[in-house]
Design a protein around this ligand. Structure first.
Ligand SMILES: Cc1cc2nc3c(=O)[nH]c(=O)nc-3n(C[C@H](O)[C@H](O)[C@H](O)COP(=O)(O)OP(=O)(O)OC[C@H]3O[C@@H](n4cnc5c(N)ncnc54)[C@H](O)[C@@H]3O)c2cc1C
Length: 469
């Protein structure tokens, strides 16, 4: 339990209305969007809750909260907008949960240097709309844009749907303001590039609340594109589509969106346009008109050489319109189903082996009724896969068992072929046991050492991201 004395002192320091403890006020902060937490909640057996929810209005409020937490040995769990899907947020009653959503100011938009400064709690769509009014774009379009915060983007190392041209969030960060676990504040990043030792911003990009609280974020912007064009092709095989993607990127073209759906997902998502045996590759090209014209022409030529057949570009328009749907987990639980997505990445040489292995291994799990994939983020060196699965069981215990087995098999199959176990959703609790596959034993030890130096009392979001020793 967070002691009454701590709550009283906090209220004195940052305002009595900024610290709440009643069930009604705290219930919505028990966990993030991780399906397994929702399953427990749905059963009505979720017992954990934060001891108090703190709603800072300023960086100074965050500093006061974290200082007091450090002094009294109270765990601190940051909460952006709670759209994380890996179990990064599961506070117990010993913890103060810091809800960042009241830190929602667009601080400044510098149109000359194309940088926008935000409080960390600003809603992603609000941030994008603010810069759009100036003819600019962040270029970061996660499916969760309307339900996630800019501080959450940094903290999970997020990647948006237009990442092939605009990059992941780590490519957009100009500077980060962070409150460290002792309450000190640091601003990292001030120039377009720096050769000033290791880039310390990366200690916090993807740290999932374990290294400090991100209170401010400055993102480099782009001008809004002059032209946008769609291209959609039928892919005779997964290999053929992947090969065309590789050729396009390695030739030097950069369509912001490149999504290739396997046959199962093509049938499910684009039923009206699909053929029986073919998958689909969908691309969005945007930028200066001349470049878009040249890029679409080159893409058409490379697709033709690779045996792809032009499909109806309305497929892409349909995807654009429906791309930010957020599913409600309960609808599946009520039907005796659990569903989830798992994103991984691998080199061009390894990705098909990962796909084949995962489809076979997950398909063999007791209760699995569906397993499929699409790629959604491509690079010169390789590509991601975004697997979707559904499993059926008689009761919640069976659903959880099938769910964990599916995750286990995807993690192990990916690692077996040399792939990376997490492309953009982060680690949280579900991937924590598998982080060693990406970092190795020595890398995990290094991460623990770095974390121990920054957060020696282990108070920042304990139980998340970093595997136990
Ligand atoms: C339907 C749906 C679609 C999604 N699509 C995408 C997608 O396309 N791309 C993608 O990358 N992700 C996606 N996600 C995952 C999720 O939206 C992202 O991880 C997002 O960046 C989380 O932001 P948030 O503000 O909701 O963070 P939260 O869920 O509140 O927190 C995420 C983690 O970061 C920590 N944290 C949050 N704010 C701070 C802060 N200010 N300082 C320090 N730590 C902090 C939390 O403690 C937690 O560990 C999707 C999620 C859903 C539900």
């Amino acid at each position: 339990m967070v002691s009454e004395a701590v709550i009283r002192r906090l209220r004195d320091e940052i305002g009595s209305d900024r610290v709440v403890t009643s069930d009604d006020d705290v219930d919505g902060y028990r966990h993030d969007y991780w399906v397994l937490s929702h399953l427990v909640s749905w059963q009505g057996t979720y017992t954990d809750r934060p001891g108090a929810v703190v709603r800072p209005r300023s960086t100074a409020d965050v500093q006061a909260t974290v200082r007091l937490a450090s002094e009294t040995g109270t765990p601190v769990v940051p909460f952006g907008l709670g759209s994380g899907v890996c179990g990064g947020i599961r506070p117990d009653s010993s913890a103060l949960l810091i809800d960042m959503s009241a830190m929602d100011r667009v601080r400044r938009i510098d149109t000359t240097n194309q940088v926008a400064f935000f409080d960390a709690g600003v809603n992603g769509l609000v941030a994008e709309e603010a810069v759009a009014e100036q003819g600019l774009t962040i270029g970061h379009w996660p499916q969760s844009i309307a339900v996630s915060s800019v501080g959450g983007w940094i903290s999970t190392r997020a990647a948006g749907q237009f990442s092939t041209a605009y990059g992941g969030v780590e490519d957009m960060v100009h500077s980060i303001e962070v409150v460290l676990p002792d309450g000190d504040m640091v601003v990292l990043g001030k120039a377009p590039r720096a050769a000033a030792g290791p880039d310390l911003r990366h200690l916090f990009i993807g740290a999932e609340g374990t290294m400090g609280i991100v209170t401010g974020v400055a993102l480099a912007l782009h001008r809004q594109p002059e032209q946008r064009e769609f291209r959609v092709y039928h892919t005779p095989s997964l290999a053929a589509g992947l090969e065309v993607q590789r050729q396009i990127l390695q030739t030097g073209w950069l369509p912001p969106v490149m999504r290739q759906y396997d046959v199962r997902e093509t049938r499910r998502t684009f039923r009206q346009w699909s053929t029986d045996a073919h998958g689909m590759l969908l691309m969005v090209h945007e930028g200066p008109a001349g470049r878009v014209a040249a890029e679409t022409e080159a893409a058409d030529a490379l697709a033709g050489q690779g045996g792809l057949v032009r499909a109806d570009d309305d497929v892409a328009a349909h995807w654009m319109q429906n791309r930010n749907h957020v599913v409600a987990w309960d609808e599946f639980f009520e039907q005796g189903l659990i569903v989830d997505t798992i994103e991984i990445a691998a080199s061009w040489s390894a990705i098909e082996a990962v796909y084949d292995d995962v489809i076979a291994e997950v398909g063999a799990v007791d209760g699995v009724v569906s397993i499929s994939a699409h790629s959604s983020h491509a690079y010169r060196t390789g590509v991601n896969l975004y697997f979707s699965f559904a499993a059926r069981a008689d009761d919640p215990t069976g659903l959880e068992a099938a769910y964990l087995e599916c995750w286990h098999r995807v993690m192990e199959a990916t690692a077996r072929h040399g792939g990376g176990i997490a492309h953009h959703h982060g680690i949280g609790r579900i991937r924590r046991p598998y982080l060693v596959h990406d970092l190795g034993e020595t890398g995990v030890t290094l991460l623990r050492t770095v974390h121990g130096a920054i957060d020696p009392k282990g108070l920042m979001n304990p139980g998340n991201l970093i595997p136990d020793a």
